[in-house]
Design a binder for this molecule. Sequence first.
Ligand code: ACM
Length: 374
Amino acid sequence: DLLALHKLNTLHLHLTDDQGWRMPVDAYPRLTTVGGRRARSQRGPDGPGRTQFDATPHEGAYTKAELRGLVRYAAERGITVVPEIEMPGHVRAALAAYPELGNHPERRLEVWDRWGVCETILGVHEEVFAFCRAVLEEVMDIFPSPYIHIGGEECPTSEWESSPAARERAAAEGLANPAALHGWFMGRIGAFLVEHGRTPVGWAVSGTELPLDFAVMAWRDASHARAAARRGHRVVAAYHRTTYLDYVQSEASFEPMAQPGDPVTLRTVHDYEPAPAEWSREERARVLGTQAQLWTEYVRTPAEIEYLSYPRLCALADRSWSGGRGDWPGFVERLRHHTARLDALGVPYRPLDARSPAATTYASPSSGTARPLS
Ligand code: ACM
């Protein structure tokens, strides 16, 4: 409902990662029964001292009926739900459920309970491709989205480099080295999605490494969106320093615990130009749009999600639909009226003039303004 209110037309649902697998797959039931549960979770960022953990199991997965219901509810409001299944990295939860999909089939792994980039990745034997195809067939059955996201980023290749089977596979495929298996892997799965009439989407590693039929989500470096567009990709501009809402909104000490890094302020989000005027017309035309990301390692409550999202998502919507240079004073003036709508809807947004913890509602389960996320 809030996306529709802000005329945002896409919900990108990140369904799998090292720390959990959240969509049931009939062909591989252990993905959710085993991969959907971790015994404990890292608490706070990695520091110079010892990493802290809670002692609370964290588990859960959607049902297929819930996901279909979400797709339908969104469609009625003009919103497409784009699902993401990560591969060949960010798969530790899948490997905990099915160790035979990894590079060390004999190794037993737990669903990861830390944050960051995990070394364990999928193997490159044919059973792995059968797995990816079977999972994606069930994904396509639930999600009519023209775009299917298959992740692809933060995939250390050390396991392939030290695996005789992976090295043999790289040689047999005529690849220069085992690291080149990454592009080969993404290309194979991308081609499978294209055969099924869908467009594959990947997180850009450099902006220029994926086959051209991939739409590219450029997040890591501000230059990657243009590099991808110049090469001929369709691009979603999602530079992390301007669109990642898991960073704090200000330096104030009362902000909730967040991804370490400088603040991404309301102004930063509003200033972001997904397709700047100095790009060529062809490059600009390839930008599908922009999007905000909210990773939830540090988020404790649904109210906190909304505190992080609003009003920064209002800024993203304003900029995405206005194009050109942003009208910041005009936006702030309009936002002062728009917050009346957020108030009426009970959205625990970050107040525009937040100066003290008393002004924030994000961590107060008893505030009465937070609604559970469905
Ligand atoms: C990402 O932030 N791992 C895309």
